[in-house]
Write a protein that binds this ligand. Structure first.
Ligand code: GTP
Ligand code: MG
Length: 337
């Protein structure tokens, strides 16, 4: 490979030494990683890069032209609304990987999570719950990969921040002789910028890809300190509030949930333990009432999902008003747990 084509081994971007302000800058083409990756790895200094999702879709289309096995990685706390949409882009064999099990309460059974997805569809070859952080089920995952792979290449895809690069690094560490290779990982969106091939052994090459950016996730609208606060590092301690009609919950200054109609109801928050929550008994409180409002009618056992923050399990049926900036996506689903 000549220097003009040298790519960063951390994020896949084309290296260049001409323009400090552009992606892929490095002080010397002798280096293996770009300056952005260098800073993230060594100083935890993050630099946001705006990615456009057309590239992601192009990469997926490219994956779809192969018959290779695909690992679709998702973050259990921030499961996307449209997981099943992946089928519209690719017809490959897919293993659905539910990552970050460590941040959900231990009481939540893995079988329950798996059956949630099995009920709704059948096209995934396998659904595996893992925690890269805790090295949980990684051996099992590799075994299934070996069973299902159709060639040496296996693609790792999914939304940004799901933990794709972290997973590949774990596989390098656990199973590869070439343990010096390391992909860049970060709590910011769009860490990986282009595809990166990692040969684990003679029979397996993993291909890391940049994730689809959730443009309407809260993570895009907070500063780095708050980003750390909203991304749980430890097991979430669910917080339950009993609400009567007319009462409200406010999470930091992000979201207000008003309980408008229904019998006494239970709201359980699955969000980072570091976030402040207030409950208002008096309907006269106006906190966050100036934000745009969405009304949801909820059935028994429904989750309100707030993209980037987590979800709220609501037990009884009723009506809620959600006040949140329009740019942040919320939706309801039948309860995950
Ligand atoms: N708690 C927990 N955090 C995890 C786990 N796996 C990854 N993370 C964290 O999730 C964040 C995102 O990880 P990355 O590996 O950079 O995610 P990615 O999917 O490669 O993201 P892009 O490259 O932006 O598409 C990092 O802060 C990781 O430390 C896990 O099993 N548990
Ligand atoms: Mg990545």
């Amino acid at each position: 490979m000549n220097n003009e084509e040298k790519r960063c081994t951390g994020c896949g971007v084309l290296l260049q030494e001409d323009n400090m302000l552009q992606e892929g800058y490095t002080t010397s083409l002798e280096n293996d990683i770009c300056q952005r990756c260098f800073r993230m790895k060594n100083y935890g200094e993050y630099q946001v890069v705006a990615k456009n999702n057309e590239e992601y879709l192009d990469i997926l289309k490219g994956v779809g032209k192969t018959k290779d096995l695909v690992l679709y990685v998702t973050d259990l706390l921030n499961l996307e609304e449209d997981i099943l949409k992946i089928r519209e882009y690719i017809s490959n064999k897919i293993i659905l990987i539910l990552n970050k099990k460590d941040i959900l309460p231990k009481s939540i059974k893995e079988e329950k999570l798996i059956s949630y997805f099995k009920e709704n569809n059948t096209f995934f070859e396998e659904i595996i719950v893992i925690s890269v952080e805790k090295n949980y089920n990684i051996d099992y995952l590799l075994k299934e990969v070996k069973k299902l792979q159709t060639s040496k290449n296996v693609y790792v895809v999914g939304h940004t921040n799901a933990g794709k690069s972290t997973l590949i690094n774990k596989l390098i560490k656990n199973y590869s002789e070439n343990t010096t290779r390391e992909l860049t990982m970060s709590p910011l969106p769009s860490t990986t910028l282009a595809t990166v091939q990692i040969e684990i052994n003679d029979h397996l090459t993993l291909i890391d890809t940049p994730g689809l950016v959730d443009t309407d996730s809260l993570i895009n609208f907070v500063d780095q300190d708050m980003l750390k606060k909203i991304s749980p590092k430890k097991e979430i301690k669910p917080r339950t509030y009993q609400l009567r009609k007319g009462q409200s919950i406010v999470i930091e200054d992000f979201v207000r949930i008003d309980y408008k109609e229904g019998e006494k109801n239970s709201f359980t928050l699955f969000i980072s333990n570091d976030l402040k929550v207030k409950r208002f008994i008096n309907p006269k409180h106006i906190d966050l009432k100036d934000k745009p409002k969405t009304t949801y009618e909820v059935k028994y056992d429904t989750d309100l999902v707030i993209n980037g923050l987590g979800f709220v399990k609501i037990v009884n049926k009723g009506v809620i008003d959600v006040y949140i900036d329009r740019t942040i996506h919320t939706f309801i689903r039948s309860s995950l747990i």
